[in-house]
Design a protein around this ligand. Sequence first.
Ligand SMILES: O=C(O)CCC(=O)C(=O)O
Length: 291
Amino acid sequence: MTHPARLATPGTRPHVDRETYLKQGYVIVRGALDTAALAAINTEISELFGAPLRRLRLPVDSGGSREAVQANAARLLAIDVEAYINTARMTQMLASAHQLMASDAIVDIVRALGLSFPVISTRLSNHIMSDVLRIPGGYHKSPPHQDWRSMQGSLDSVVLWAPTTPVTEHSHPLQVAPGSHLLGLLDTVEHIMTPMVSDPRITEDSYVSLPMQPGDVVAFSSFLVHRTGETGDGQVRIAFSTRYNNAEEPTYVAHGYPTPYKYSYRTDLMVPDFPKLADIARIFPDAAAGD
Ligand SMILES: O=C(O)CCC(=O)C(=O)O
């Protein structure tokens, strides 16, 4: 079944150039996603940053423009770094973003690239990029890397990167090294974010920037070297990425579907003595409020 609302033009499927993908290691599928759905996600992101601000009676910009998202996010970052980080993480939990990145439009691209049995590799990522939103002491731009090193899934695994805001040469574009997937798994050196590719064959000249519009999707091999473009235009750039393995790729099957990802949770209470029964009674009035 299709989800027409997630397609740019209901009933149509954009052409996916597999030949280019095999040669270059990536392919841009223009107009693959519904721009109204992307705009709605931007509004939700902006509202997420707005909720803690409202509680503190601070101003909140309405709507989902780049300016509004950045203003709300910057306000929260200025008063509470931890709340900002948690909220930025929360944007990866938006149901709408999950629906989009697991929509038929996306899975069809994955299938067109040869993954006969697509399965999701890991959690959705949201890349909120702006020099204004830099976390003190942190590093927010991705260094040159190959996603396979963190995925360790099927050999044909694919990453899909979809901006919700326009991406130009000057708004931290995704930069890829065409053909670098053909070099295999490359050596790395340590980096605060992720192991950084270190290979003399990959130089500054290797990279091209990928200008894109909301609705466009770039699909790239997990072996393609890529990074975040350095230059920003002062406003936030937002893009979601998701990763798919092929459950029928023979080496992945033979290895028994191992995963490098570890999900765990804290067992101590993060807010001491919370919740008491009186708190729970705010949701369930019948809860005895006598603790
Ligand atoms: O959005 C970016 O700039 C980086 C994205 C990235 O490196 C990834 O999806 O693996």
